[in-house]
Design a protein around this ligand. Structure first.
Ligand SMILES: N[C@@H](CCC(=O)N[C@@H](CS)C(=O)NCC(=O)O)C(=O)O
Length: 275
């Protein structure tokens, strides 16, 4: 029988949670990892959607079974490893919550000026490349069953590009900026209140070693640090403090420090680069 495959992308935040877990749980040989390039919209290729109709990363395919969300993927990895890992709590749902969505954190803007900068930067490149690719996929006969799915993705990406290029109506831009600001405030509350109060003895949420929550939490934290300007993971604490204007809670500093030397963390954030 073929080995299970974990589909991930080395710039995707939720893929990072699964990549870290795969290594930390000792499954490097048991589960193959395969890259799906999100910049080139490979998750919307009909060949991928045939296997994984939800079309998001991470995804695990094991025989006829498809695990199509980060929660399901990590739960699967924990079970597969047979290791004793602290089970996930409500915290996992909280870091996946809409209010602290990392897409909004990364692609958001709070003013016209910021939106224009996004248009010229990686975010603008990301969405325009994807739109171009997805329009190409629509022309493929094998895309027919996925037409509605692909069209909806194009509409989403184009609406963000319209904000970036200040072509969206003022009302839509104001709404986008307000959502981005609310996201920033919710992220602050997560880092300064929710996460520290969920850590008991530490350094991990799960205790002395990472629990199921930890794989989700560390990926969320490193992405939040990247949004704060931390290109390297070692800059995470400093850049979060700068962005939020307050010293980080000790629990968060200790959590970040405890992850740095771990194999799953080092292999996922290769050369110490955040994503
Ligand atoms: N709630 C989902 C979100 C997964 C998700 O949105 N993944 C992103 C990458 S971090 C993705 O696949 N984006 C591409 C897309 O939506 O087209 C989960 O936890 O699995």
């Amino acid at each position: 029988m073929s080995r299970p495959i974990l589909y991930t992308f080395n710039l995707s935040v939720w893929s990072a949670a699964a990549d870290i877990a795969r290594i930390e749980l000792g499954l490097a040989n048991e589960i193959q990892s395969q890259q799906v390039d999100l910049i080139h919209a490979e998750n919307v290729l009909p060949a991928f959607l045939q296997k994984a109709p939800h079309g998001t990363l991470p995804t695990i395919i094991d025989g006829s079974r498809v695990y199509g969300s980060t929660v399901k993927v990590i739960e699967y990895l924990v079970q597969k490893s047979g290791k004793k890992v602290a089970p996930r709590t409500q915290l996992t749902d909280l870091v996946h919550g809409e209010g602290v969505d990392l897409g909004i954190a990364l692609f958001g803007a709070q003013t016209d000026e910021e939106a224009k900068k996004k248009a010229e930067g990686l975010a603008g490149f990301y969405f325009s490349t994807r739109v171009q690719k997805m329009k190409g996929f629509l022309a493929l006969p094998e895309s027919a069953p996925f037409k509605a799915h692909i069209e909806a993705k194009i509409v989403d990406a184009e609406s963000i590009l319209a904000v970036y290029h200040l072509k969206a109506p003022e009302e839509a831009r104001t709404q986008y900026y307000a959502t981005s600001l609310a996201n920033r405030n919710a992220a602050r509350a997560m880092i300064y209140e929710t996460l520290p109060s969920a850590i008991a003895e530490g350094p991990f949420v799960g205790g002395a070693t990472p629990g199921e929550d930890d794989f989700h939490v560390i990926a969320w934290l490193i992405r939040s640090a990247l949004v704060s300007g931390a290109e390297k993971t070692e800059q995470a604490a400093e850049s979060l403090e700068k962005r939020f204007g307050a010293p980080l809670p000790e629990q968060i500093k200790k959590l970040l420090a405890a992850w740095e030397p771990r194999e799953g963390f080092k292999s996922t954030y290769a050369e110490g680069k955040s994503h």
